[in-house]
Structures are given as structure tokens and as C-alpha cells.
Design a protein around this ligand. Structure first.
Ligand code: FE2
Ligand code: FE2
Length: 366
């Protein structure tokens, strides 16, 4: 093993030879660990009361243990489709009618579809790695016994999510896009801030709220059976994580001063602004030789996408309201972004135990 420490995340695409598993895709001579260092002024704590104060958090932890699944055993990796077919439902194709897209041959359009999926899925993977790192920090930082145990179980869930998206990318898509710079800057901010609750807000409310909506969108439009199934399993875990975040933060935010609350509200707003911008895969446009600004404009004009883009926030807004961070200072700015209308949507503060407890392989689970 050689360790190569880089100053910033690599910007190049990675391609993988066709193989059934990741181990055989990489020859030993290719193994190189690529690291980028971040520093964090982490203030950790022991917990000495070992007291389960919140039955809801404890129950979510128990569910996490019960609903474990195995990337290798519980997914049928043969349930895939040929690269000569479209991988997404073409009714949702945002590029129909766009000249540079229409100029592509049929086979290049299919290739574009696979690239677009690879780009989105790569961001899922990079985001999951961020979630893994944050969850591991929360084990140290979270003050209560319940929260430490829960964060540890979440860290294991996130490890599986990294594993499953990585396996799907390397063995089924064969290409990985670099991390989107906007997503990376938000991950940097969350990982290197010293306030544990801000990490918590950034991860459990903003990134996981967005991820849940994005995973559901991907699941509804994919034509690849194993991808739909792995998303179903990941969505179940993420729903539990968001529920934990809202329930824990609701209590915690009540302990903050008005000034502290305002700082958190502004952070949440800024995170939403950054993430709203990242939801367009400009990297694919560049890979296909298009003018990224022009293609971006085209996508932004699309009603389907602008509706979908806002819908991605429909889980975040009611949750921010529930934990008390939709303050008078930030409301007008959320209004200007067109997101305030979601504030009264269903939040994750009330726990639907029946839904969260369903067996993993109940075919009726949505
Ligand atoms: Fe995750
Ligand atoms: Fe998560």
C-alpha cells in the first residue's frame, strides 16, 4: 500500500474494468490510498450517567440493530440491464428538445443517460462518505448516552451506504465522477466546525433530508432493478436517521439562546442555498463537450426540474420549523427561494413506528 496525500479532491473521472466484484477489479499493483487531510477542533465528551433518558432515541437504536442488511447477501446483483439500453425512464428526460442533446446519435444518448446516472450516484457516494465521517465525530461529541449509541449505529449504516454505492458504481456503471465542489464545501464546513450541534443540523436535517428526496427520485425513475432495491434499503435507514435528528435536535435547540439559535438558522439557510445550486450535473455536460453554462440554463428553464429541485427541500423545511430554526430572520430568504411553501408539510418529529419497524423484506414497503 502506498499513501498519496493530496491537497484537494481529485477532479478527474475514474473508470473501472468490468468485474463481478471490486476486489477482482483492482490488481494489487494498482492499490494506492489517496487521502486529503482535514482538521477539526473536536470537543469530545465521555458520558458517565449511562442513562437512557429518551425512550424514542433508544427505540430507534434498537431498530437500527434489528434492520441491518448486508450488501453482499441481501441484494441480487445479477438484476441489472444492458448498457445498450437506457438506464432511466425516458419520460423524465430533461434534455429532450435541447439541440446539443438531440444532435447525439441514439447510442450516444444512451451513453449520456448512463453518464448522468454515474454523476448523480457518485455524488450519493461522496455524500455518504461525508455522513460516515460526521457520524463517527458525533459518537465523540454528542453529550448523552442515547445519542452516542445511536450515532455509532448510524456510522455503521453509513459504512454500508458507502459500500453499496461504491459497489454499484464500480461493478455496474464502471465510472465514477469526482465530488461536486459545492457538496465538498458543505462537507468541509460540517466536518471542520467545532460546534457538534451544527454538524448535526448540517448532516441530519439538510444533507440527509435532501438525500432522502433524491434517493426517492432516483428510485422512481431508474430501470435497473438492483439499483431500485438498494435505494429502498438505504431510504429505510435514512428515514430513521432524519427521525433521530429531528427528535434529538428539537429538545436540544430549546436549550440555545436566541443568538445561538439565529446562528444555526443562518447556517441552515446557507447550506440550503449551496445545495440548491449543486443539483445540476455540470460535469456530464463538460464530458460531452457542451457549454456548461448554456446546458445549465436549459435545465433551469425546465419546469420538471425546477419543481423537482424545490421538492427536494419539502422534507427539510418542515423539519427546520419543527426544531425551531425557521426564524423570522431567515423566513424571507427562504420565501425568495420559493421554499417557504413547504414549511407545513409533514415533518419527521412524529414517529411512525409501524412504518419504521416493518421487516426489511416486506414487499409492501414503499
Ligand atoms: Fe447514508
Ligand atoms: Fe444517513
Amino acid at each position: 500500500m502506498t499513501i498519496n496525500t493530496v491537497d484537494q479532491a481529485p477532479r478527474d473521472m475514474r473508470y473501472f474494468p468490468e468485474a463481478d466484484d471490486i476486489a477482482s477489479a483492482m490488481a494489487p499493483a494498482d492499490l494506492e490510498t489517496i487521502n486529503e487531510i482535514f482538521h477539526t477542533p473536536l470537543t469530545g465528551s465521555y458520558n458517565w450517567d449511562y442513562f437512557s433518558a429518551d425512550g424514542r432515541i433508544r427505540k430507534l437504536y434498537e431498530l437500527g440493530k434489528q434492520l441491518n442488511w448486508n450488501v453482499e447477501m441481501d441484494l441480487d446483483w445479477s438484476q441489472t440491464i444492458s448498457k445498450s439500453e437506457y438506464c432511466t425512464d425516458q419520460d423524465f428526460n430533461l434534455f429532450k428538445g435541447y439541440e446539443p442533446y438531440e444532435a447525439l446519435s441514439e447510442s450516444r444518448k444512451i451513453e449520456f443517460d448512463w453518464h448522468y446516472l454515474a454523476s448523480n450516484t457518485s455524488q450519493f457516494l461522496h455524500g455518504e462518505q461525508g455522513a460516515l465521517l460526521v457520524a463517527s465525530q458525533l459518537v465523540s461529541c454528542a453529550p448523552s448516552y442515547d445519542a452516542k449509541l445511536y450515532a455509532a449505529s448510524q456510522a455503521f449504516d453509513e459504512a454500508r451506504h458507502v459500500e453499496v454505492f461504491n459497489k454499484f458504481i464500480q461493478t455496474q456503471l464502471g465510472m465514477m465522477y469526482p465530488v461536486n465542489t459545492k457538496l465538498k464545501s458543505l462537507l468541509d464546513k460540517i466536518l471542520s466546525d467545532e460546534r457538534w450541534d451544527l454538524k448535526f443540523i448540517g448532516m441530519q436535517i439538510i444533507l440527509e433530508g435532501l438525500a432522502l428526496a433524491a434517493f426517492k427520485g432516483a428510485r422512481a425513475t431508474t430501470r435497473i432493478p438492483v439499483f431500485a432495491e438498494l435505494l429502498r434499503l438505504v431510504i429505510r435507514d435514512e428515514a430513521r436517521h432524519v427521525t433521530f435528528g429531528v427528535n434529538y435536535l428539537e429538545e436540544f435547540c430549546k436549550t440555545l439562546s436566541e443568538k445561538e439559535k439565529e446562528e444555526r438558522a443562518i447556517f441552515a439557510l446557507e447550506a440550503c442555498v449551496v445545495m440548491r445550486d449543486r443539483l445540476i450535473s455540470e460535469e456530464v455536460f463538460i464530458a460531452f463537450g457542451w457549454d456548461p453554462a448554456d446546458a445549465r440554463g436549459r435545465v433551469l428553464e425546465s419546469t420538471v426540474l425546477s419543481e423537482f429541485r424545490n421538492l427536494l427541500f419539502s422534507r427539510i423545511m418542515p423539519n427546520l420549523k419543527r426544531i425551531g430554526l425557521l426564524t423570522d430572520t431567515v423566513r424571507p430568504q427562504f420565501e425568495a427561494l420559493g421554499l417557504l411553501s413547504y414549511e407545513d408539510f409533514v415533518h419527521d418529529g412524529e414517529i411512525d413506528w409501524d412504518k419504521l419497524s416493518r421487516p426489511l423484506f416486506d414487499s409492501n414497503v414503499a
